[in-house]
Design a protein around this ligand. Structure first.
Ligand code: IMP
Ligand code: MG
Length: 179
């Protein structure tokens, strides 16, 4: 285990098994359609790359950069689109791929913005969900794991830009960000 982790919450194997199941459900739900997979950079990139390969209907990739966090571990409560999608999403079935839903601020603002562009549908797939922290209402269509209120890193998730390459998801030691 990495020295800055207090505990491993989800192993590489547990994550892979869940991502496989999610891919099968998405494949069944979108049978006969194609999906525009919209990756929210940077945190979702690992989940996005793994999930895309478990989906067996035609997909396109697009990327968006939003920020509400800076280098802190608590949401600043507003969302900035720093890089928009390249694609015109009118008439398309859009699946937003997110790493974690915490307060819900990011997706509660982003989903209506995309829906307003006349997409055929806009749904959300998230690797992690912290329902106890929710401040803004978000309907999650595909949910990897519900986790307790702790700051986690790995599998794409960072603290101050670090730990994204850990293959597991773990709780970061408080001493790393409070020390
Ligand atoms: P929300 O807008 O509060 O739902 O926050 C969503 C974003 O906050 C995620 O996309 C992450 O970038 C970040 N975030 C929330 N909780 C964590 C965490 O435990 N570890 C790392 N990033 C987090
Ligand atoms: Mg993020």
């Amino acid at each position: 285990m990495h020295k800055d982790l207090e505990k491993v919450l989800l192993t590489k194997e547990e994550i892979a098994a869940r991502v496989h199941e999610m891919g099968q459900r998405i494949t069944a739900d979108y049978a006969g359609k194609s999906i525009l997979l919209c990756c929210i950079l940077k945190g979702a990139v690992t989940f996005f790359a793994d999930l895309a390969r478990e989906i067996d209907v035609p997909v396109e990739f697009d990327f968006m950069v939003c920020s509400s966090y800076g280098d802190s571990t608590d949401s600043s409560g507003f969302v900035k689109i720093r890089k928009d999608l390249d694609a015109d999403i009118a008439g398309k079935d859009v699946l937003i791929i997110e790493d974690i839903i915490d307060t819900g601020t990011t997706l509660s603002r982003l989903k209506p913005i995309l829906a307003d562009r006349d997409a055929a549908s806009v749904k959300i797939a998230t690797m992690l969900n912290k329902p106890s922290r929710r401040r803004a209402k978000v309907t999650v269509d595909y949910n990897g794991f519900e986790i307790p209120d702790a700051f986690v890193v790995g599998y794409g998730l960072d603290y101050a830009g670090k730990y994204r390459n850990l293959p597991c998801i773990g709780i970061l030691k408080e001493s790393v960000y409070k020390g």
